[in-house]
Design a protein around this ligand. Structure first.
Ligand code: AMP
Length: 370
């Protein structure tokens, strides 16, 4: 099947208007594209820097029509766009990645079933739709385990750890506030890593150096590349990522989050059908940023080199940094201090005016020398 090519000058439509949309818009502008962002509400991170902002709900047909009139090709920066809206857009203009990869990753049960069916390793899991089936699912996968809402979960939202069969399943079920859940075996991982990767319409792939991730309170704190993990583990992680890209016939940037167990087994935790927080270092540390790569992939252009030119650590700046600072103003000179001996720091702020606890406000990437 031949895919259309969208050259600089075309307009890229982005469903979602957070920081990923902002950094995608900035990369698109550098390459001579315009961007149209559909996102409810004014003043969001992406709407501040895009060419056209459609202030409409994700399921507003008139807003989606306007979006499709302005944009030549569409993508998502946020996977939890209603399936009907994705279909609405895909019926009018090319949507990359397509409806199937996005809707598969919207639901943990669907995503895990797809991974298993296609031969990719995941933690043991079982499904639940009531306090009783939650108890049965936990018994089946073993303790400790973690219950996660099947739909619309991210950054540890809608997750509850279950330590033993004596747990109060009625309270845990009520706390999930969702009709369906996935119960996963708790993985005593030695490391968490992610592979940010891309595939073009022609089947070309580009795999970034896998990063090692550290989460705090289920939210990504740092990503470090090179990860320091054994080369055969990194090769296997790349192989899994490439296999997933090909099996999905994927077009765009994809992030594959993995656990590494103490015996060196890799298990896929989750997929993100878009650019990812663990790929932010690529802006400053790689030949092609994940955002430029997304533009290239969805527009049918050749992919850029993913090569890492400097070792890097990306650290998220959460609202906590503001709230804990005198006068709620972070010490920017200290954050921007380069540290000498070839180290350099790069600040990225997302234009959010309201720092809240655990809200992603920006990130800092520190580059060191090879
Ligand atoms: P998630 O939203 O599923 O990516 O979960 C956020 C973070 O919670 C992960 O990156 C892990 O640090 C932790 N976590 C989630 N699931 C598990 C699990 N099955 N075993 C151990 N830790 C987990």
């Amino acid at each position: 099947m031949s895919h259309p090519i969208f050259l600089p000058g075309a307009t890229i439509g982005i469903l979602g208007g957070g920081q990923l949309g902002r950094m995608l818009s900035l990369a698109a502008a550098q390459l001579g594209y315009r961007t149209a962002v559909l996102e409810p509400g004014q003043g969001g991170p992406a709407s501040q820097v895009c060419d056209f902002h459609i202030d409409a709900a994700y399921d507003d047909p008139a807003g989606l029509d306007r979006f499709c009139e302005i944009a030549d090709v569409a993508t998502v920066e946020f996977e939890n766009i209603p399936a009907a809206s994705l279909e609405h857009v895909a019926a009018r203009i090319p949507l990359n990645p397509g409806v199937l990869p996005i809707t598969t990753s919207q639901n943990r049960a669907r995503e895990k079933a797809w991974l298993r069916k296609n031969g990719f390793p995941t933690p043991e899991y079982a499904l639940a739709d009531s306090p009783e089936s939650l108890a049965a699912a936990a018994e089946k996968v073993g303790f400790p385990c973690v219950a996660k809402t099947a739909d619309f979960g991210y950054d540890g939202k809608g997750q509850q750890k279950i330590d033993s069969a004596a747990a109060d399943f009625t309270t845990i079920w009520a706390g999930l506030e969702a009709p369906r859940a996935v119960v996963e075996a708790w993985v005593p991982f030695e490391a968490e890593l992610s592979v940010v990767c891309a595939r073009s319409a022609s089947g070309e792939t580009a795999i970034y150096e896998p990063g090692r991730n550290v989460h705090t309170h289920h939210i990504l704190d740092t990503t470090t590349v090179p990860s320091g993990l054994p080369p055969h583990i990194l090769d296997e992680a790349r192989e899994i990522a490439t296999g997933i890209l090909d099996a999905l016939e994927y077009i765009g940037v994809l992030a594959v989050e993995l656990f590494m167990t103490p015996d060196g087994t890799l298990l896929v935790n989750e997929l993100a059908p878009r650019t990812h927080n663990s790929g932010h270092h690529t802006i400053d540390a790689c030949a092609t940023s994940q955002f430029e790569q997304q533009v290239r992939a969805i527009c049918g252009l050749p992919l850029g080199s993913p090569s890492l030119h400097r070792p890097a650590t990306m650290k998220n700046l959460l609202g906590d940094v503001w709230l804990e600072a005198p006068n709620q103003t972070p010490d920017w000179p200290a954050i921007l201090f380069n540290g000498g001996s070839g180290t350099s720091t790069h600040l990225h702020l997302y234009g959010k005016s309201d720092p809240r606890l655990r809200r992603k406000m920006g990130h800092v990437t520190t580059l060191t020398t090879l």
